[in-house]
Design a protein around this ligand. Structure first.
Ligand code: FE2
Ligand code: FE2
Length: 175
């Protein structure tokens, strides 16, 4: 009997410990599972956000190229127009990729940044390019993860051009 009592008490003693461990384990599992698995649908959403930023960049470069003044900005003015055309090509490429993946290319435009000051315009453009570089690096990894190798190739081509754009702007800003 005393042995049974001991087992009983042992069981009773362990129970509360088990009770407290369970929620802790659940919480840990929840934290570990926090980043939801990437799906094609999620990737399409990301690509549509990228597309909205390509439309933004296209418009922003058209506006900046038209209004930027100052003899020191002559060379970059021509570059801004070239950038605009290249952003247009990126938008076409992204729209085709989104459609190919079974999504619908969006028509949203992210916020366009303008300024009366030439230097600020170029800083706004550079900020956009650095953001694009970071986004496309992430997107290439996501395409790889889902074994979408055609998309990865298209994104790599876009990334190379965004890096050139950033360099052009950094040179113009003497960075
Ligand atoms: Fe672009
Ligand atoms: Fe760009």
């Amino acid at each position: 009997m005393p042995k049974q009592d001991a087992r009983k008490s042992g069981r009773t003693a362990r129970k509360p410990a088990a009770k407290t461990a369970a929620p802790a384990a659940k919480a840990a599992a929840k934290t570990a599972a926090a980043p939801a698995p990437l799906t094609i649908g999620k990737l399409i959403d990301h690509l549509n956000a990228d597309l909205a930023k390509e439309f933004q960049a296209l418009i922003q470069y058209v506006q900046h190229a038209a209004v930027i003044t100052g003899p020191q900005y002559d060379a970059i003015r021509a570059e801004l127009t070239i950038h605009s055309n290249e952003e247009h090509a990126h938008a076409i490429s992204l729209a085709e990729q989104i459609d190919f993946l079974g999504g619908t290319p969006g028509v949203d435009v992210a916020t366009v940044h303008v300024s009366a000051a030439a230097k600020v315009m170029l800083e706004q453009d550079l900020e956009g390019e650095l953001d694009a570089i970071a986004r496309y690096k992430a997107r290439i990894g996501q395409a790889e993860l889902l074994q979408e190798y055609g998309l990865r190739r298209a994104l790599e081509d876009i990334l190379m051009v965004e890096e050139e754009h950033a360099r052009d702007l950094q040179n113009a800003l003497d960075l």
